[in-house]
Write a protein that binds this ligand. Sequence first.
Ligand SMILES: [Zn+2]
Length: 433
Amino acid sequence: MKFSVAVTLLFAALCAGKKSYDGYSVYRITPRTERAGNFIQELSENVNFGQSLDFWHESRNLGDPTDVMVPPRYKALVEDFLRRRHMEFSLLVENVEDVIYPQAGGCGTDSTDPAFYNCYHTMDEIESWMDGIVASYPGIASKEAVSATFEGRTVSAIKISGPNANRPAVIFQGGIHAREWISPATMMNIAKMLLDDHGVDTEVTAIIEHYDIYIIPVLNQDGYAYTWTDDRMWRKNRRTPSSGRCYGVDLNRNWDVDFGGDGTSTLGCSEVYHGVAALSEPETSGIDAWSRALQASTGVEVFIDFHSYGQYWMWPWGYKVGLPHTPDHNDQMTGGETAAAALGNVYGTQYTVQRSASMYAAAGATEDWAYHSLGAKYSYIVELRPTSDAVGFQLPENKIEPTGIETYEGVKALLKYTSADENPIAEKVAVLP
Ligand SMILES: [Zn+2]
């Protein structure tokens, strides 16, 4: 056996078990007309290959590109589909395996090291960070169990609460989609900055005295752990299949507003498989029960679900395109604009502020549940960095802290605005439009 062959075999053996994306490509399709938008929808529903496509980003407006990852065996078919319809498309990533960074988890567990907040962490590291930060800020930070996962992990939030406890709740939820690593990293940065600034910055102190803030770094813990060990591009939770071969439910299609509607799939192998019933998953049903109890006791006024990527700040409705505005549209929009303006002031990062289902609908998603079912007036879905470069979910580590800092400024401005709202209770929508 030649040395090079031996090395190759050894390397293959070491890598065995980890999903390879060798030969997978990401296509960027830019819809310029409504008709082109419909073709993208048809692509996702194609009976031959729709289930095998993985949409990294869906067009939110005309001109906003859709990025879709295609396995090698379907590339010719997809290209043919696009060419026949004269769609504008390009190859964004030729070989996805080439852009997946080595994931050494090499920035350690010492949260007093400034580098700690500028790298991605494993699930275990995030858990021990939570214990550590809560211990470092006694009297203001505590850890609270808020949900559970399919594999039996406990989902926790950091609760930040001033001397007047039992104030109206603000909930920041990170990591519902496993591969969107910037979301948990941003939750960690925001928690750290809020705690550091309490008692130092008068605005932050006022916000923390007005609200109880709950920060959930990672909701989909099973999926997140799996992205480190087995498959960097994993999105769903890790429910075992009852039939068929595919694991996982898309938790952001499993909530109870228009469950099973547009932008979801009944097929277990789809990346947007909605599960057997609304709130069928322990992750979503746990958050539903916990936050409803909170709503009944202190009220929940703000709920933000953090995703990546695309740089969007959005509010309901998300389940169908073309619906009338929510009864709280104007205040929700002003809140989003306030947040995006403050965010943009830091480094010039541009966010698009709009209703969620402007062009692309997702039924059973968090923002509609948090608004309609939970009753949080200021319910948002935020798509963090990046926007239109080639890195997708692999936002480089040197962008983690800047993303944290600007998003922190965004949520601070939002909470300053919402805490001045004299009528922060959601207008009731008895029947969905
Ligand atoms: Zn997402």
